[in-house]
Design a binder for this molecule. Structure first.
Ligand SMILES: Nc1nc2c(ncn2[C@@H]2O[C@H](COP(=O)(O)OP(=O)(O)OP(=O)(O)O)[C@@H](O)[C@H]2O)c(=O)[nH]1
Ligand SMILES: [Mg+2]
Length: 445
C-alpha cells in the first residue's frame, strides 16, 4: 500500500462537456469531505460506494456544481479508496479544483500512476496494462479489436497459466533432485508435458508478423521505372492529390509517404522515384531510396504499363523483389481489359478504375493471417520477444530431456523459460521495464 494520496485530471485538458478529476489513496475521502457538499449526504464519507451524488465543490472565489462518486478499496480501478469528481469541462475550472485537492493533502500523480497502483495492488497484470495502452493508442479498427481481445480475452491468463505450469515443473524437479529413481520418472514425462506448453506458445509466436501489421499498419512501397504512373496510383489510393504527377520521366525524386485505412487495416503507402540508370546524382539517390523502401516494405506494388510487355530493366528489377503484386496501370489504353489474376491487377490510376481491387489485394495478404490468429494476437514487440525467448528455452529442455541430459542442466533452461514468461505478466520484470511501460500512459490514467 502507498502512503501518499494522488490526484490528477483524468480527461484531456481542454474545453469540453465534462472533466474528470480523480483522487486515489487513504486520504481520498477525507479530502472530498473538505471540499464537496451535497444535500443528500452529511459528508462524502457517508456516501454509498459506486453511486453518483450531485453537489458543489467550494473553491476560494468560486463554486462548481459537479458529480461525486466514491469507489471503496479494493473495489476500485487502483485497488485503493478512489474518488472521482465530474465537473464541467473547462480548463480553468478543472485546474482550480485540482489545485484545491492538492492543497488539501493530495500529491499530483505521475504518468500512468493510477494504473501502476492497480498493477501493484494486483488489479491487473503488466501485460494487461500494456494491452490497455495499446487499446488507447490504437490507430485502426483492427489494432483496437486486437488490443481489446488481448486485454479482455485470455492472453494474460494464458501466460499466467504457462508460467504456473512451468513453475510447478520446476518445484517438482527440485523436490526429487536428491532421489535418482524419481528423477527418471519425472524426466520420462517431461517431453510431453513441455510440448503441450510449447505448442500453444508457438501459436502466439507465429502471429508476430501479423501483429506488427495490425498494430503499426502494413507498409507498402510503390516501385517501378519512371513514368508508369506510380504517383498517380498513390493519389488514387489516397483519394487526394498527394504527389506531383507529370509526363516528364523522373518527376518523383524523394519518397512520398502517407497512410489510409481500408477494411479496418491501416496501410502506410510509399511512392518512390522511378528506378532507372542515370547520371543525375539526385535521381540516383532517389533510386537508392526506392530500392531501400522496396526491401523494407511488407509488400511491394510493382507498377508497369498495361499496353506493353515488360522491359528488360523491369524484369531485372523484379528479380530483387520479395513479395510483390504487379499493378498494370493505364488499362484505359487497352481495348479489352484482361481479368485480374492472383498476382496481377489491371487499373487506370488516371481514371480511377479498379483502384479498390489494389487495396483489397493488399489487405487480403494480411487478413488471412488475422483470421487464423483471430483469437489472440501478440501486438507488443516486448511480449513477442519474451515469448520467443521462453519458447527457445523450452525447446532446449525438450531436446535435453530426450537426449537424457541430467535434470540439473534441464532445470537451468526451464528457469530461464519461466523468467521470460514472468517478465510478460510482471512477476519477474525489473523496475526499469515497469517504469518504461507506465510512462507511456497519460497523466491521470
Ligand atoms: N492514360 C493514362 N495515363 C496515366 C495513367 N496513370 C498515369 N498516367 C500518366 O502517366 C504520366 C506519368 O504519371 P506519374 O504518376 O507522374 O508517373 P510516375 O511513375 O510517378 O513517374 P516518375 O515519378 O517520373 O517515376 C502522367 O502524364 C500521367 O497523367 C493512367 O491510368 N492512364
Ligand atoms: Mg512519380
Amino acid at each position: 500500500m502507498f502512503d501518499d494520496t494522488i490526484a490528477a485530471i483524468s480527461t484531456p485538458l481542454a474545453a469540453g462537456a465534462i472533466s474528470v478529476i480523480r483522487i486515489s489513496g487513504n486520504k481520498a475521502l477525507s479530502i472530498a469531505d473538505k471540499i464537496f457538499k451535497c444535500d443528500k449526504l452529511k459528508a462524502p464519507s457517508d456516501a454509498e460506494p459506486e453511486k453518483m451524488y450531485l453537489g458543489k465543490i467550494s473553491v476560494p472565489n468560486f463554486t462548481e456544481r459537479c458529480f461525486f462518486v466514491y469507489f471503496k478499496a479494493p473495489k476500485s480501478y487502483t485497488g485503493e479508496d478512489l474518488v472521482e469528481f465530474q465537473c464541467h469541462g473547462g480548463v480553468k475550472i478543472t485546474e482550480k479544483v485540482l489545485e484545491e485537492i492538492l492543497k488539501r493533502g493530495a500529491v499530483l500523480s505521475g504518468k500512468g500512476e493510477f494504473t501502476r497502483r492497480a498493477f501493484i495492488n494486483g488489479k491487473l497484470s503488466l501485460s494487461d496494462a500494456e494491452n490497455l495502452i495499446e487499446m488507447i493508442n490504437a490507430e485502426s479498427d483492427c489494432a483496437l479489436i486486437s488490443a481489446s481481445r488481448l486485454l479482455y480475452g485470455n492472453f494474460g491468463k494464458e501466460i499466467k497459466d504457462f508460467f504456473n505450469a512451468v513453475t510447478d515443473l520446476i518445484a517438482e524437479s527440485e523436490a526429487v533432485l536428491d532421489y535418482p529413481d524419481e528423477t527418471e520418472d519425472l524426466l520420462a514425462e517431461f517431453p510431453s508435458r513441455l510440448e503441450t506448453i510449447y505448442k500453444r506458445l508457438k501459436f502466439f509466436a507465429d502471429g508476430i508478423k501479423i501483429s506488427k501489421a495490425v498494430k503499426n499498419g502494413i507498409t507498402v512501397a510503390i516501385i517501378g521505372i519512371p513514368n508508369v504512373g506510380k504517383s498517380s496510383l498513390l493519389n488514387a489510393l489516397l483519394n487526394k492529390d498527394r504527389a506531383i504527377v507529370s509526363d516528364k520521366a523522373g518527376t518523383t525524386r524523394d519518397v512520398v509517404e502517407d497512410s489510409f485505412e481500408y477494411d479496418g487495416f491501416k496501410i502506410n503507402i510509399l511512392d518512390t522515384a522511378g528506378i532507372r540508370k542515370s547520371t543525375d546524382e539526385i535521381e540516383m539517390l532517389g533510386t537508392e531510396k526506392a530500392k531501400f523502401e522496396a526491401e523494407n516494405a511488407d509488400l511491394v506494388l510493382f507498377v508497369t504499363e498495361a499496353d506493353r510487355e515488360l522491359f528488360e530493366e523491369e524484369k531485372e528489377l523484379l528479380k530483387n523483389l520479395n513479395s510483390y503484386i504487379t499493378v498494370k496501370n493505364k488499362s484505359d489504353k487497352l481495348k479489352k481489359i484482361p481479368d485480374n489474376t492472383d498476382k496481377v491487377i489491371y487499373v487506370s490510376s488516371k481514371y480511377n478504375k479498379n483502384i479498390n481491387a489494389v487495396s483489397e489485394k493488399i489487405v487480403s495478404f494480411f487478413r488471412q493471417g488475422f483470421k487464423e490468429f483471430g483469437g489472440e494476437i501478440v501486438t507488443s514487440l516486448r511480449h513477442a520477444e519474451l515469448i520467443k525467448e521462453s519458447l527457445n528455452r523450452l525447446k532446449d529442455c525438450i531436446d535435453g530431456a530426450k537426449e537424457g541430459q541430467p535434470l540439473e542442466c534441464i532445470l537451468i533452461d526451464l528457469k530461464e523459460s519461466r523468467r521470460a514468461l514472468g517478465k510478460i505478466i510482471g512477476d519477474t520484470a525489473d523496475e526499469g521495464i515497469i517504469d518504461a511501460i507506465f510512462s507511456k500512459f497519460c497523466l491521470g490514467k
